[in-house]
Design a protein. Structure first.
Ligand code: NAI
Length: 720
């Protein structure tokens, strides 16, 4: 017999405490043993309930219960969906029995309860939580393309009302701290100690000897109404429009299914409501999007943050004193994230005033955090005291990790490294945050080229989770390992790529920007171009993105690539129609981008950016391209550029490519990343190649699939 994952203890007061404590794992997660233990436990409660005053469910682990086992979920196919659903039904049935035993059941939440964990809690009659600042509560299934399928929709809708449940819990999968969870209403009470938690649970049991859920009481009505109550019905037509707005027009199945399940299940009794929830859950779990998202947001991320691309056999490194050269937008952000995680930072610029301005950026972010109740004055002072603003290279003495973030110029970068190379520790990492200059060339400016590496952050540094690490020709494995460790230290996700102009991310996103601009040049209306990107699931439209980057900068980067080719005697980069559009925008129309307040968009002071009406006269707007073609032109061109990066050895890991594309450059999350998009395309790689050839015939040679892709398609392989 397998050991139970639930401990049963009955006290003299006839209260049964069920302690969730899987003996085989460090955390409680839903698996077959849990479903079985839960079933046995509920059967025993049912048998013995005449002698039981009430039940307390708690956990012996640090967290209460973490959710489902994604390894099982990702394997579900239409053929075995019913089997999985039956397992789910068993659990759902047991949770339903638990809430209808006729005796009070209280959940004592000692820590995090997410997904299935919160669903257990929701089936109890009361939730008392420990005031644990690390604990998180929520139903994050939507972020993996799923929905909470063990009654999570049915119960939150009944507890909070349809609108509140959708907006505050279900549609965005918010992970809430204890105060927020209390405010939203998914927990009932917060206490300061474990003893108090149990005492409060017992108090509730004694005060409510015959307990049932509000929705099992006669005459119960869902707060805020249902589609059959007139007031709610009047608001219902706005639901799909709000959903579209929230999803920016993108076609994600999970939020749509969640909304449909919530609205439909609110109109029937609880048992039928479960059936509706289950139907929508099976639809998602057997579909491709959930698999893509689980793959990227769980398995790929776990592999990367677990050190998959870090050289083994190098001892773990902790950066103690970090030198940041250049206190502009990027340098200031890097100083902030480094000091926030407890390392000393020396922030150097050409003048102390500039450096202090960079330090002020941290002050502003910390003040903002204080105003939101997320930071204390004491911690703020502690973080600020770690940052030394200076113009003096000598202050970099003792630095073990350098990150340069001065203007994008090889000469200047060489100069600032030379100033500090002999001051910092002899084995200090010399990192550059360049966004486009080849690392091997930059390394030529220092004596110890094996200590040199690219460490490419994304803006704004405090918000963007990705860092792209770029190895130059001579970068040593120790320096790569140290850089990897530093990224994890500052809680970022590092991907590792090899040196090339634009590395991986800048190169891939460049093709997306160019494709949108090319469509504009073909006479497609600017609004349609932006809409295509949004419908494909990109966070921003192409034209807005290029305004941010600035067309002057983009033209300079392509000019530099042409100069490189001339110098190296390699073929020049092929002519791209986007270049002509950008030249016209910059040279004829004097509209280079957001910085100047005028690009593809107008940027009125204090107002909202609006597409510039003059685009119609400049490029026309009468060309019509099917929406599907527009979306796929953007997705395909990026995916194929990623394949070229594999061909050229710029990137070697599929997980790095997928995660880099989603978290660094906004490739749509539902795809599972730029390579997963190809792997799962309808018809597999063969289907992808055929569609690429079709796009090439219609829109230009740049859509011809790269040789590596064709070869893999012919062999029936995928990218692994
Ligand atoms: P920025 O113009 O905001 O800041 C550059 C700073 O370097 C200025 O404060 C300037 O005074 C300082 N500086 C110039 N000469 C110096 C010297 N000799 N010693 C010390 N400091 C000096 O530029 P930003 O945007 O922060 O970019 C910096 C680097 O990061 C560039 O290489 C850029 O390509 C790269 N990058 C920029 C991203 C962005 O979104 N802005 C994203 C990723 C990388």
């Amino acid at each position: 017999m397998t050991e139970s994952t639930i401990r049963w203890e009955k006290g003299a007061d006839n209260i049964v405490t069920l302690t969730l404590d899987d003996p085989q794992q460090s955390a409680n997660t839903m698996n077959d043993r849990y479903t079985k233990s839960m079933h046995d436990t509920v059967e025993r409660l049912e048998k013995e309930k005449a002698d039981i005053a009430g039940v307390i469910i708690t956990s012996a682990k640090k967290t209460f219960f973490a959710g489902g086992d994604l390894r099982d979920l990702i394997k579900v196919k239409p053929e075995n969906a019913q089997e999985m659903a039956d397992g789910g039904k068993l659990l759902k049935g047991d949770l339903r029995k638990l809430e209808t035993l006729g005796i009070p059941v209280v959940c004592a939440l000692n820590g995090t309860a997410l997904g299935g964990g919160l669903e257990i809690a929701l089936s109890c009659h009361r939730r008392v939580a420990l005031n644990n600042p690390k604990a998180q509560f929520g139903l994050p299934e939507v972020s993996l393309g799923l929905l909470p399928g063990a009654g999570g929709i049915v119960r939150t809708v009944r507890m909070l009302g349809i609108q509140n449940a959708l907006m505050n819990v279900l549609m965005q999968g918010q992970r809430m701290k204890v105060d927020k969870a209390l405010k939203v209403g998914i927990i009932d009470e917060v206490v300061d100690s474990e003893e108090e938690m149990i005492a409060k649970a017992k108090e509730f049991i004694l005060a409510n000897p015959k307990c049932q859920q509000p929705w099992d009481e006669k005459g119960y009505k869902i707060p805020g109404g249902t589609p059959s109550t007139p007031k709610f019905a009047a608001n219902l037509p706005a639901f799909p429009a709000n959903l579209r707005k929230q999803l920016k027009g993108a076609n994600y199945p999970a939020p749509k299914n969640i909304m449909a399940a919530a609205v439909e299940s609110a109109q029937v009794d609880v048992d039928n409501a479960f059936k509706i929830e289950e139907r929508y859950f099976i639809d998602l779990v057997t579909g491709q999007v959930a698999k893509n998202m689980i793959n990227a947001f769980f398995f790929n991320l776990q592999a990367i943050n677990g050190g998959a691309s870090r050289p083994k056999d190098v001892p773990k490194f902790t950066a103690k004193k970090v030198g940041v050269l250049g206190a502009g937008m990027m340098g200031a952000g890097i100083a902030y994230v480094t000091a926030m995680t407890g390392s000393e930072v020396v922030l150097k610029d050409i003048s102390v005033e500039n450096a202090e301005k960079g330090k002020d950026y941290s002050r502003k972010l910390l003040d903002k955090a204080i105003s939101r109740g997320k930071m204390t004055e004491e911690k703020k002072e502690q973080v600020l005291s770690l940052i030394t603003a200076t113009a003096d290279a000598k202050d970099l003495e003792g630095v073990d990790f350098v990150i340069e973030a001065v203007f994008e110029s090889t000469e200047l970068k060489h100069k600032v490294f030379q100033e500090i190379e002999d001051v910092v520790l002899p084995d200090a990492v010399l990192g550059s945050n360049t966004s486009s200059l080849p690392i091997t060339g930059l390394a030529k400016g220092v004596k110890k080229q094996d200590n040199f590496i690219g460490i490419h952050f994304f803006s704004p540094v405090d918000k963007m989770p990705l860092v792209e690490i770029i190895c130059g020709k001579d970068t040593s494995p120790e320096v790569l390992a140290k850089t990897y460790d530093y990224c994890l230290q500052i809680r970022k996700t590092p991907i590792v790529v090899n040196d090339a102009r634009g590395f991986f991310t800048t190169r891939v996103i460049g093709t997306f920007a160019n494709e949108g601009i090319a469509m504009l040049g073909e006479g497609v209306s600017a609004a349609s171009v932006e809409q295509a990107a949004q419908q494909a699931g990109y966070p921003v439209g192409t034209l807005k993105l290029i305004d941010e980057i600035n067309m002057g900068t983009a033209l300079k980067i392509s000019k530099a690539a042409e100069d490189d080719a001339k110098r190296d005697g390699t073929p020049p980069p092929p002519h791209h129609p986007a270049g002509d559009v950008m030249k016209k925008m910059v040279e004829e129309l004097d509209r280079p981008g957001k910085l100047q307040g005028k690009g593809f968009y107008d940027y009125p002071e204090g107002g909202k950016a609006k597409l510039w009406p003059g685009l119609k006269d400049a490029f026309g707007d009468s060309t019509e391209i099917p929406m599907e073609d527009m979306k796929e032109r953007m997705l395909f061109i990026e995916a194929m550029e990623a394949v070229k990066c594999f061909e050229e050895g710029v990137i070697e890991s599929v997980a790095d490519a997928n995660i880099g594309s989603i978290f660094g450059i906004g490739f749509p999350g539902w795809t599972g990343g730029v390579i997963q998009y190809i792997n799962q395309y309808e018809g597999g790689l063969k289907g992808f190649v055929t569609r690429a050839q079709e796009l090439a015939a219609k829109y230009g040679d740049r859509f011809n699939p790269p040789a590596l892709l064709v070869e893999k398609a012919e062999k029936g392989e995928i990218f692994e």
